[in-house]
Design a protein around this ligand. Structure first.
Ligand code: ATP
Length: 320
C-alpha cells in the first residue's frame, strides 16, 4: 500500500507542470496519501531537498507557467551509485513511490528507479510534443498558442512590406510545434526534421511565390536546429522578390499561463498517475490517446515510434 508519494519536475520546464503537481498532490491527499515535493528534479532527490505538500502548497498555481518545484538536469543521474544514493534518500524520507513530470530523459530516470524498487510514474511534461505513448504532452498547447499569436503579429507587418518572415520555433528534433503553427497560421512553407531541408528548393519555392503567384508576403515556419535562419533570410533577400526577415521565438515559447487544454490534460494525467500508484503499478507513463487517458510501460513508450504526422503534412500541402 502506498503511503507517501514524491513528486518532481525534470528536464525543460513546460506550462501546465504546476497543474500536474497540483493534481497529483490534491488527489493523493484526498486518498489519505502524504505528498512530498522534490525540488529541482533528480538533483533535489540526491540533495534531499524536500518539502511536505499540503492542500495550500498547491493553491493558486493552476494558472501559473513554469514549475513551483523547480526543474534541473542532473547528468550524473545515469550512474548507478547516484541512483542508489537517491533510493536511500527516498527510503529515509519514507517515500514509497514517485511521480516524475518531464520528457523522455526523465522517463529513463523513472524507469531506473522503478527497477531498483521505487514505483515511478512518468507524466509527459514538455512543449515539444516529442514523447511516444501520447498524442499530446503537457505544455504543447500553450506553446502552440504563443507561436500562433506571434506569427499572426508578424503576418500583419510582413504583408505591409513585401516581406518573407522566417520564424524559428522550438521542437527538439520534433516538427509538431512547427507543423501545427504552420497549419494554424496559414504559412506558405513549413520546414521540420520530418520534411527535411534543401536550401535551393526553399529559395526556388519562394521565387515562385513572389513572381509567378505574386504573393506580397510569405511566412516560413522552421523547427530549431535545422539551419541558421539569419543566413537563410539574407539569401531570401538576395535571391527572391521578398525581403527576408528572421525571427527566433526562443524561450518565450516555454512561458505563459497554461491554456485550459493544458490545465485539463495535466489534471487528468495527475489523477491517472496517483490511481496507478494506488494499484501498485510502477514503471508506466501516462498518455492521452484519442482523448482517453491511458498508460503504457515506459520501456514500451521509449521504443515505440511516434504516430505518423503524414496526414497533417498532407493537409498543410493541400491548404497552401
Ligand atoms: P526535455 O524534453 O525538456 O529535454 P527531458 O526529460 O528529456 O526533458 P533530459 O535532459 O533528457 O530532459 O533528462 C532530464 C534528466 O533526466 C537528466 O538531467 C537526468 O537527470 C535524467 N536522465 C536522462 N537520461 C537518463 C538515463 N538514461 N538514465 C537515468 N536518468 C536519466
Amino acid at each position: 500500500m502506498v503511503r507517501k508519494i514524491g513528486v518532481l519536475t525534470s528536464g525543460g520546464d513546460a506550462p501546465g507542470m504546476n497543474a500536474a503537481i497540483r493534481s497529483v498532490t490534491r488527489i493523493a491527499l484526498n486518498n489519505g496519501i502524504e505528498v512530498v515535493g522534490i525540488h529541482d528534479g533528480y538533483r533535489g532527490l540526491l540533495e534531499e531537498s524536500f518539502e511536505p505538500m499540503t492542500r495550500q502548497s498547491v493553491s493558486e498555481i493552476l494558472n501559473r507557467g513554469g514549475t513551483k518545484l523547480g526543474s534541473a538536469r542532473l547528468p550524473e543521474f545515469r550512474e548507478d551509485e547516484v541512483q542508489d544514493q537517491c533510493i536511500k534518500n527516498l527510503n529515509r524520507a519514507g517515500i514509497d513511490a514517485l511521480v516524475v513530470i518531464g520528457g523522455d530523459g526523465s522517463y529513463r530516470g523513472a524507469l531506473a528507479l522503478t527497477r531498483k524498487g521505487i514505483n515511478c510514474i512518468g507524466l509527459p511534461g514538455t512543449i515539444d510534443n516529442d514523447i511516444a505513448g501520447t498524442d499530446f504532452t503537457i505544455g504543447f498547447d500553450t506553446a502552440l498558442r504563443t507561436c500562433v499569436e506571434n506569427v499572426d503579429k508578424l503576418r500583419d507587418t510582413s504583408s505591409s512590406h513585401h516581406r518573407c518572415s522566417i520564424v524559428e520555433v522550438m521542437g527538439n528534433h520534433c516538427g509538431d510545434l512547427a507543423l501545427y503553427t504552420a497549419v494554424s497560421c496559414g504559412a506558405e512553407m513549413v520546414i521540420t526534421p520530418e520534411t527535411g531541408y534543401d536550401e535551393l528548393e526553399v529559395l526556388e519555392r519562394l521565387r515562385y511565390l513572389g513572381s509567378a503567384v505574386k504573393k506580397n508576403h510569405a511566412i516560413v515556419i522552421i523547427s530549431e536546429k535545422i539551419c541558421d535562419v539569419e543566413e537563410l533570410a539574407k539569401k531570401v533577400s538576395l535571391n527572391t522578390n521578398f525581403s527576408g526577415r528572421a525571427t527566433v521565438l526562443g524561450h518565450i515559447q516555454r512561458g505563459g499561463s497554461p491554456t485550459p487544454t493544458d490545465r485539463m490534460l495535466a489534471s487528468r494525467m495527475g489523477e491517472k498517475a496517483v490511481d496507478l500508484l494506488m494499484e501498485g503499478i510502477g514503471g508506466h507513463c501516462v498518455g492521452i490517446i484519442d482523448n482517453h487517458i491511458t498508460s503504457v510501460p515506459i520501456s514500451e513508450a521509449l521504443e515505440r515510434p511516434r504516430a505518423s504526422r503524414k496526414q497533417l503534412y498532407r493537409l498543410f500541402d493541400r491548404l497552401v
